[in-house]
Ligand binder design. Structure first.
Ligand code: ZN
Length: 213
C-alpha cells in the first residue's frame, strides 16, 4: 500500500509531577467522599474509590497517547484529490480543567490537502486524545488544529467545536442549554473567505442559501 509516514518529531513533553500510586488515588477519593459528607466505609461506597480511579483512567487516557504519532500514517496516492476534506459531528467527552466536570460536545474538522491525506478515523482519534485530558475548550480547539497542520502540512485546517459545559449547567450559574462554540482556522481557511464559507456550509453553521451574505 502506498503509504508513507511523516518523520516529524512530537513536541517536547511538558514536565509533570510523578504519578501517585493507585492506592493514593483511591485514598483521595475517600477523602472527597468524607468532604461531601458521607461515610466511605458504608457498604454502598466501599468499591466506589476503585471505580472512580478506573473511570479516571478512561477519562484521562489522552495523557498516555501521543497525538502526533496518531497521525503518522498518511497516504499520498490520492489521484490528485485537492478539495476540502470535512469530518463533522465528532462527538467527544472531555473534562473542564477548572471544575473537573464533563464538557460534552461535537467537533468538526476540515483540511485542504496538499499531496497527503490521513485516514478519517485518525481525525476522530485526534479529537479523542485531546478531549481525554483536563481541558478548556479554546485550548483543545487550537491543539487539534495545530497538530493536524503540523503533521499533515495541508494548505489549511479548520476546527469548530461546539460543547456544553456541565460546570455551567449543573452548578454555578445553572444555565442549561447553553453551548459554547470555538473555532481555529489556519492557512486557506483563515485567508480565503470562500474556503471558510464552504466549510461552514458543510457543517451547517451557515445556510447555503445565505452563504453569500
Ligand atoms: Zn469548569
Amino acid at each position: 500500500m502506498p503509504a508513507k509516514s511523516t518523520r516529524r518529531k512530537s513536541a517536547p513533553k511538558s514536565k509533570r509531577p510523578a504519578k501517585p500510586s493507585r492506592a493514593a488515588a483511591e485514598e483521595a477519593v475517600r477523602t472527597l467522599i468524607r468532604w461531601a459528607g458521607d461515610d466511605p466505609n458504608r457498604e454502598g461506597l466501599l468499591a466506589t474509590p476503585s471505580r472512580v480511579v478506573r473511570s479516571y483512567e478512561e477519562f484521562f487516557s489522552g495523557y498516555t497517547t501521543d497525538p502526533v504519532e496518531q497521525l503518522q500514517r498518511t497516504f499520498e496516492e490520492t489521484d490528485g484529490y485537492d478539495e476540502m476534506v470535512v469530518l463533522k459531528d465528532i462527538r467527544f467527552e472531555s473534562h473542564c480543567e477548572h471544575h473537573m466536570v464533563p464538557i460534552i460536545g461535537r467537533a468538526h474538522i476540515a483540511y485542504l490537502p496538499d499531496a497527503r491525506v490521513v485516514g478519517i478515523s485518525k481525525l476522530a482519534r485526534l479529537v479523542e486524545v485531546y478531549a481525554r485530558r483536563l481541558q478548556i475548550q479554546e485550548k483543545m480547539t487550537a491543539q487539534i488544529a495545530n497538530t493536524l497542520s503540523q503533521v499533515l502540512r495541508p494548505k489549511g485546517v479548520a476546527v469548530v467545536v461546539e460543547a456544553a459545559h456541565q460546570c455551567m449547567t449543573t452548578r454555578g450559574v445553572h444555565k442549561p442549554g447553553v453551548t459554547m462554540i470555538t473555532s481555529h482556522m489556519l492557512g486557506a481557511f483563515r485567508d480565503d473567505a470562500s474556503t471558510r464559507r464552504e466549510f461552514l456550509v458543510h457543517i451547517g453553521t451557515l445556510d447555503s442559501r445565505n452563504a453569500n451574505v
